[in-house]
Design a protein. Sequence first.
Length: 158
Amino acid sequence: MILNEQTVKAIRADIPKYPQRRSCILPALTHAYRQVGHLNEVVYREIADVLDLDTIQIAEAASFYTMFPKQPVGKYFIQVCHNLSCSLLGAESLVEYLLRKLDVKKGAITPDGLFTVVTVECLGSCTTAPMMQINDLFYENLTREKVDAIIDELRKKG
Ligand code: FES
């Protein structure tokens, strides 16, 4: 078992809140992600067992959401939007800058285990482009200076 007792309990606690078991999938993925740090086939199977659904239903839902990494990532999972508004306002060069600054390839983990950078589709914050999400938080109207400050702050936190 990958999912611990607390996570399984949290998934079960959501079941009565929804009219159908399928509606519990997204919250269940969130509980699992918060515990494990990423999702994979074993996690899908375990969620399916708890919810009494097919594993494919869990996997299908998970595949739609980039906020759930499907392989291990750094402590700070940086998702940079590269969709239209962000792209027009410099997202691509921001990504290159970030990757150079952190000396890491897209999707890989920095040697200190702190950072993973990926590009994602629109995160729904187009009016504050360019933007990125780090774990649960949005960072908006980004400039290289802001990126420097954010990364410095996260490095300090460790
Ligand atoms: S295009 Fe980047 S948040 Fe929508």
